[in-house]
Design a protein. Structure first.
Length: 159
């Protein structure tokens, strides 16, 4: 399987590289760290089978952080791919985009998953939309567990 990961924070990029190394030989992982729209171009060109993307990213090095992952996810869905949006380190109760996503998630879609890796929680709440983290940085930022999200996205639903 050809997997695209769009992520821009260094501690989560390291976690993505570890995931890529672990699945090497079984899956081909491309990590897009600098510009989410390069990932979107690759989706449109048919280079990937599955997408894992951060939610909040810069669209170029000098820009501010925006919810660019929504557009990566929309491109993936438009081209028939499964996608997981994996976000961390935001105040979910105060973030309007998170509230919109939580409302949207009331209507399940087998090809779209959203995982919140909450910076303020040591264990995920009882919800299908929370991902455990692999640990924390010295600054206490959670480290995304890309393998968990990949497995959740690719598991066959039980009948």
């Amino acid at each position: 399987m050809r997997i695209l990961i769009c992520e821009d924070s260094e501690h989560n990029l390291q976690s993505a590289r570890e995931f890529a190394e672990k699945v090497k030989g079984e899956h081909e992982v491309t990590i897009q760290a600098t510009h989410p729209f390069v990932g979107i171009r690759g989706i449109r060109e048919g280079r990937y089978d599955l997408v894992l993307t951060d939610l909040f990213m810069k669209t170029h090095p000098a820009s501010e952080i925006v919810p660019a992952g929504i557009f990566v996810a929309l491109a993936a869905l438009q081209y028939g791919l499964s996608v997981a949006i994996v976000t961390d380190g935001v105040s979910h109760s105060d973030e309007p985009m998170i509230k919109l996503l939580e409302n949207f998630l009331q209507y399940p879609n087998e090809r779209l998953k959203v995982y919140f890796v909450d910076a303020d929680m040591d264990r995920p709440p009882e919800s299908n939309y929370y991902s455990p983290h692999k640990g924390r940085t010295p600054e206490r930022k959670p480290i995304k567990d890309w393998e968990f999200c990949f497995k959740q996205l690719t598991q066959t639903p039980s009948a």
